[in-house]
Design a protein around this ligand. Structure first.
Ligand code: FMN
Length: 257
C-alpha cells in the first residue's frame, strides 16, 4: 500500500472518530423518548411588543430569522426540537416587556428584587405525559427570568429529568441551575449547558460541516482504491474532514466561552 493511501486512511479514521463524538450529541437527542420530552423556552423577543420600526431600535441581541425577529433561546429551542422531534412550548407573560432593552433590564431587576411571579398566558395541558424537560432560558441578572420561576412553580415536576440550557452574555449559568434545583427539589436537575447568546446561529454551521465531513469521509473510503494517491480529488476528500473538524471545534469553543 502506498504511503499516501495510508495517510488518507489515517486521516479518515481520525476524522471519523471525531465526527462520531460530535454526532453523539444529536444522536443522544434523538435517542430521548421524544414522545416524552418537552422543550420549554423563554425568550425576550417572544415576550416583547416591538413596534414596526424595530430595525431602528438600537437594542442588543435582536436578529431576524426568515424576516421575523427571533430570540437566542427561540433559535436554539427550535433547532433542538427540529433535531430531536420533541414537542416545544414557549413561556409567555401577560404583561409584555418594554421594547427598550435597558427598560427591560430595569423591570427584570425589579421583578427579581420583589421575588415576583409574572402571570403567564400559555400553559402546558399534559405535563404528566413528559418525563424529560429541556428548559432553555436567557440568563437574567445571573439567574432564570422570573417568568421561568412562575412556570417551574406551576407544575409538579417530581420524578422528572430537567435539562437546563442557558444563553448568556458572560455570566454563563450564574445561579440559574441552583435556583432550578430549589424550585424542583424532587426532580433530577442535570448540570446545565451555558451557550454564548451571540453564537447560537453557529449550530447551523456545525450541522453543515458535520454532513459535509461525513460525506467526504464516505467518498474517501469508497473511492480510495480507485483514486490515484496524488489526484486532486483524493486531496479534496481528505482535506474536507480536516477543515470540517477544525471549523466544528472552533464553533463549539465559540459557543461555550
Ligand atoms: C433583562 C436582562 C438581563 C440580563 N442579565 C444578564 C446577566 O446577568 N448575565 C448575562 O450573561 N447576560 C444577561 N443578559 C443577556 C441575555 O442573557 C442574553 O442576551 C440572552 O442570550 C438573550 O436570549 P433571548 O434573546 O432568547 O432573550 C440579560 C438580558 C436581559 C434582557
Amino acid at each position: 500500500m502506498k504511503k499516501k493511501n495510508i495517510s488518507t486512511i489515517v486521516i479518515c479514521v481520525i476524522s471519523s472518530i471525531f465526527m462520531l463524538l460530535i454526532t453523539a450529541v444529536p444522536i443522544r437527542l434523538m435517542a430521548f423518548d421524544n414522545e416524552k420530552t418537552l422543550i420549554v423556552y423563554f425568550s425576550r423577543v417572544g415576550n416583547t411588543q416591538f413596534s414596526d420600526d424595530v430595525d431602528a431600535v438600537s437594542s442588543a441581541s435582536l436578529r431576524k430569522k426568515n424576516g421575523k425577529l427571533a430570540g437566542n433561546c427561540e433559535v436554539l429551542a427550535k433547532k433542538i426540537s427540529k433535531l430531536s422531534g420533541a414537542d416545544i412550548f414557549e413561556i409567555n407573560v401577560s404583561e409584555q416587556y418594554p421594547e427598550d432593552y435597558e427598560e427591560t433590564v430595569d423591570r427584570a431587576s425589579r421583578e427579581q428584587s420583589d421575588n415576583a411571579r409574572p402571570e403567564l398566558t400559555s400553559h402546558v395541558d399534559n405535563i404528566e405525559n413528559y418525563d424529560n424537560i429541556i428548559i432553555i432560558y436567557p440568563v437574567w441578572w445571573s439567574t432564570v427570568p422570573m417568568p421561568v420561576f412562575t412556570f417551574l412553580e406551576e407544575y409538579d415536576f417530581s420524578g422528572k429529568d430537567i435539562y437546563p440550557i442557558a444563553t448568556h452574555k458572560g455570566s454563563y449559568l450564574g445561579q440559574s441551575v441552583n435556583d432550578i434545583k430549589k424550585l424542583c427539589p424532587d426532580s433530577d436537575v442535570h448540570s446545565g449547558i451555558p451557550i454564548n447568546g451571540g453564537s447560537v446561529d453557529l449550530i447551523g454551521i456545525i450541522s453543515f460541516f458535520i454532513v459535509l465531513s461525513w460525506v467526504s469521509i464516505a467518498v474517501c473510503i469508497i473511492l480510495e482504491k480507485k483514486l490515484k494517491p496524488k489526484s486532486v480529488n483524493i486531496r479534496i476528500c481528505t482535506a474536507l474532514p480536516i477543515i470540517g473538524s477544525i471549523t466544528i471545534i472552533a464553533c463549539i469553543i465559540r459557543m461555550l466561552i
